[in-house]
Design a protein around this ligand. Structure first.
Ligand SMILES: Nc1ncnc2c1ncn2[C@@H]1O[C@H](COP(=O)(O)OP(=O)(O)O)[C@@H](O)[C@H]1O
Ligand SMILES: [Mg+2]
Length: 258
């Protein structure tokens, strides 16, 4: 068998998968998302960075409708986000989400965590769900932990299980909101490597992270947010070597030289 190595350059983004048009959102008097226009192509990896409080998490949560928006429009694969009900559950399943805190079900085994959504939401039969779950756990490097409970795993292992669980829904796009921020330093790379591989496999990804190494090597585009706005977006090489806005320059000088 020949080994085929796929790099992000080989995965040609085709078509628009996630489209945000003039999205606005307030929390009371706080205008947390201000006229956000953002289009993410199929297979594209977008890293979102910006200071704390700039609206990155709210943006992620709006994309899978954990937060409503005040006006504007968000569509996934050509379909506008539904308001509620079955349609919404189905759409949410198309958007995989990985949070800073792993959010695994504590009283379910690792295997059950990865099987559950497949059975409940995707209506896959149990045997097939288990087969899928084992394959995914193997893919993220925790196959031997299948019968343990989340608390028996390291943070890095738990986060990889959370990624496997999201992937088990066969999502069209994966959102990662600071997936390595709660991890001890020695566990960060094992999670980033799984994400790198996903990117190489052509998954469409929106990743909020301060891991600039990941942004440089995996992102097609960096989106810089501040005060609820997209201030700047560029290819990673361009953004890191030559940020245009003062906000981005200031932010980069703080995170790169401390
Ligand atoms: N549910 C909420 N109610 C009120 N304010 C919120 C809520 N969630 C977030 N905020 C505020 O919105 C702003 C943006 O938050 P967030 O999207 O979490 O930013 P980031 O992820 O970039 O740090 C912050 O000022 C935060 O305090
Ligand atoms: Mg956040």
């Amino acid at each position: 068998m020949t080994e085929v190595s796929v790099t992000k350059e080989d995965v040609v983004p085709t078509g628009e998968l996630v489209v945000l048009k003039s999205v606005n959102k307030h929390f009371g008097a706080l205008h947390v998302l201000q006229d956000i226009d953002l289009t993410i192509a199929r297979g594209e990896v977008v890293v979102v960075i910006g200071p704390s409080g700039s609206g990155k998490s709210t943006l992620c949560r709006a994309i899978n409708r954990l937060e409503t928006i005040d006006d504007g429009a968000i569509s996934i694969d050509g379909k506008p986000l539904p308001q509620e009900g079955k349609e919404l559950a189905r759409l949410r399943a198309d958007v995989g989400m990985v949070f800073q805190s792993f959010n695994l079900f504590a009283h379910k085994t690792v295997l059950e965590n990865v099987m559950l959504g497949q059975i409940k939401v995707r209506k896959i039969d149990k045997k097939k769900a288990e087969e899928n779950a084992r394959a995914l756990l193997d893919r993220v490097g925790v196959a031997t932990q299948a019968d343990k409970y989340p608390a028996q795993l390291s943070g890095g292992q738990q986060q990889r299980v959370a990624i496997a669980r999201a992937l088990a829904m066969d999502p069209k796009v994966m959102l990662f909101d600071e997936p390595t921020s709660a991890l001890d330093p020695e566990m960060i790379n094992e999670v980033l490597e799984v994400m790198q591989q996903l990117a190489r496999d052509g998954m469409t990804m929106i990743v909020v992270t301060h891991e600039m190494g990941f942004a440089r090597s995996a992102a097609n585009r960096v989106v810089f947010m501040a005060d609820g706005r997209i201030v700047e977006e560029a290819a990673p090489e361009q953004f890191f070597s030559n940020p245009r806005s003062d906000r981005a320059k200031d932010f980069l000088s703080k995170i790169l030289h401390h």
